[in-house]
Design a protein around this ligand. Structure first.
Ligand SMILES: Cc1ncc(COP(=O)(O)O)c(C=O)c1O
Length: 389
């Protein structure tokens, strides 16, 4: 059976060119970047060059980049690191974040509330999952430790007005973090234009390796380390650097920026075909997320009266790999909190499907998917009906 991967928001395959760039750093250049000798200096040079390249690509200074083990760790460092520092410095205890954040932000905020006495205020979103600047404005105040609103949503693809929200936070002197883990593959990441103080990246969403990411931290932003130990990353994140992965991340981001327009154009036209085909062929189907302000490779739907996980299994059996909500939630039948936050009724929200395309996706794959999906939805509805009876 031919298998078709339509889950590029969950992860992407490593680009050959990225692998090529990484390979020497597994064997020939194997030193510890913290060592003073030749081997260490060679490795340190590679890390520092990667830092410079990433900084230049996002409009930052090299010392504003902190390498992490991925998007989740970058989010954790931003929230925990800034919240704790701001409480110590100015007594700020409130954290503002959106109802639709990835678990890496949402669960971290919850943990800070439960374990450390912070108070989380969940910013409401509109029916497309977008946070309106006005909502942030109303909740802001000097007692806010930090605001975190994602750039683009992993589950429904919607893009938030980050620059406007960042400007409001700046006016009040409150640090603003954005999770750009999904956005980086397709949207411009310029921390000066966006005006953000902290920004999370994860390499495996843009054809880089899994297990490496970065947090941009604007100079002067108060941040306590979360992982303590050695003095790596100017004391902000302890641990021997993952040199090949850091080199790979820099190369992957470079390619993502260089090829952004061609990649966007390719996936966007195929994605439009997915949206039109699904809405045309499946009764009781709706697009989730914003129809225009959404990631170009991202299509997401709900089907009334369908168990999203069952649908995933049927699609998988037919050779198609998709996702229901975010990948981390698959296997959990509860309707997604993101869709509930958008105001969807439970009978709709439980039947979500995310179809995300990538550079290797072909028009033939999209057509094959559109041919198979109606039967799978029908089967899922029939099976669900039987269970109810
Ligand atoms: C929006 C968002 N934030 C954070 C993460 C976590 O990133 P990582 O897998 O690199 O830890 C993901 C991954 O799915 C994501 O989509």
């Amino acid at each position: 059976m031919k298998r078709v991967y339509l889950d590029y928001a969950a992860t992407t395959p490593l680009d050959e060119r990225v692998l090529e760039a990484m390979l020497p750093y597994f064997r020939q250049v194997f030193g510890n970047p913290s060592s003073v000798h030749f081997y260490g200096q060679q490795a340190e040079n590679a890390v520092e060059e990667a830092r410079e390249r990433i900084a230049a690509l996002i409009g930052a200074h090299p010392q504003e980049i902190v390498f992490t083990s991925g998007g989740s760790e970058a989010d954790n460092l931003a929230l925990r690191g800034v919240a704790r520092a701001r409480r110590e410095m100015v007594g700020a205890r409130r954290i503002l974040t959106a109802r639709v954040e990835h678990a890496a932000v949402a669960r971290t905020a919850q943990a800070l509330e439960r374990e450390e006495g912070f108070q989380v205020e969940w910013l409401e979103v509109d029916a497309f999952g977008i946070v309106h600047p006005e909502t942030v404005k109303q909740a802001l105040g000097p007692d806010v430790a930090l605001v975190s609103v994602m750039y683009a949503n992993n589950e429904i693809g919607s893009i938030n007005p980050i620059a406007e929200i960042a400007a409001l936070c700046r006016a009040q002197g409150v640090p603003f973090h954005t999770d750009a883990v999904q956005a980086a593959a397709y949207l411009p990441i310029d921390v000066q234009a966006l005006g953000v103080d902290l920004l999370s990246l994860g390499a495996h969403k843009f054809y880089g390796p899994k297990g490496v990411g970065a947090l941009y931290v604007r100079q002067g932003t108060p941040l306590w380390p979360v992982q303590t130990g050695g003095g790596q990353e100017a004391g902000r994140r302890a641990g021997t650097h993952n040199v090949p992965y850091i080199v790979g991340m820099a190369r992957a981001l470079e390619l993502a920026v260089e090829e952004r327009e061609s990649r966007r154009a390719w996936v966007q036209s195929l994605r439009q075909r997915v949206i039109e085909g699904v809405l045309e062929r499946i009764p009781q189907a709706r697009l989730t997320g914003h129809p225009l302000y959404r990631l170009p490779n991202h299509a997401s739907f709900v089907f009334k009266g369908v168990d999203g996980n069952l649908l995933l299994q049927l699609l998988d059996a037919a050779g198609f790999a998709c996702s229901s909500g975010s990948a981390c939630k698959s296997g959990q039948p509860e309707p997604s909190e993101v869709l509930l936050a958008c105001g969807l009724e439970r009978e709709w929200a439980g039947g979500s499907l995310r179809v995300t395309l990538g550079a290797p996706t072909t028009a033939e794959e999209v057509e094959a998917f559109l041919d198979v999906l109606p039967r799978c939805v029908e089967q899922a509805r029939a099976l669900q009906g039987e269970q109810v009876r």
